[in-house]
Design a protein around this ligand. Sequence first.
Ligand code: A3P
Length: 331
Amino acid sequence: EEPILVPEEEVQLLIQTLEKASTSLISTNKLIKYEGFWYPASDESLKNILMFQRHFCARDSDLILASHPKTGTTWLKSLLFATVNRNNYLKHDNPLFKNHPHELVYRLENNIYDEVHNHYPRPHHLNELPSPRLFNSHLPYSSLPESISTTKCRILYICRNPLDTLVSLYYFVLNIIKKKKGGEDFQPPSLEDFFEDFYDGRAIHGPYFDNVVEYWKLSLEQPQKVFFMKYEDLKKDPESHVKKLAEFVGVPFTMEEEREGVIQEIIELCSIKKLKELEVNKNGAINKIFDKESYFRKGNVGDGIHYFTPNMVERMNKLTQQKLQGTGLSI
Ligand code: A3P
């Protein structure tokens, strides 16, 4: 029996005090604003965040993949796993063939502290995981537990252009709602309405730009702590990114590995085409909510603008400029 780490009553009391909102996609189950960001208004979800914040002890060797949802987390998980563990398995025996990337890199505020869908390691098992431990989180840097900033653990961050991110998020959440509500008379919420929610920062894990800018600033202040990537750059030149990523996490590719094409093999293995075809990623679910296949959709760059009117694209471009002004970042 594990101790109850954050009492239910405390979570419920806290929820009562938080700002709430409904959105086009989540009208019945409202969102709550916690530490400046929106999350599902469920006891479960908030409790998991609190558990993570209070009980996670980072190690110097931990590698934490941070991102806003739908910016390339799954891709980066597979690349990171394959790079770090490249000498631990025979090629045909890579765990990526038998496990979804989300089963190899655990999500800190969800998989681990999630008491409801738990087939993942429990908090006390975290200490038994071999180093380097690979994790991911969708929380903003300001909400991460203190030990992440006080230890030498490293953060890899990925961002993506806002329109592609929002279209990806829309279809991902739509899938979940359809599964829940089902039926032929189901009227899906519109992408236009979701655009407005996302634009206003009122979507799960939003405001999007706040998440990006926090990590971007940190990556400038502490380049040894945060490695900042863009989905679009990774797509354009995966080789140089995987090389840099390996250097950043302390396992650079040797000349011999480069000559033998090890980097190319990793990129191939982690391509959306390849991962999508694997049986393990086609069937089943990560937990009660997320289907494994829903993490692999199109994987294109710049597709987002085709879903919106020129006026909407223009508005989003302006907002992006405004939010990133003075930061030196463009996405
Ligand atoms: P699209 O919905 O635009 O296709 P996340 O992993 O952060 O949830 O992001 C999911 C997005 O990344 C989806 O984008 C998905 O198709 C894309 N994706 C998943 N695996 C990928 C891979 N191996 N390479 C490139 N893109 C990938």
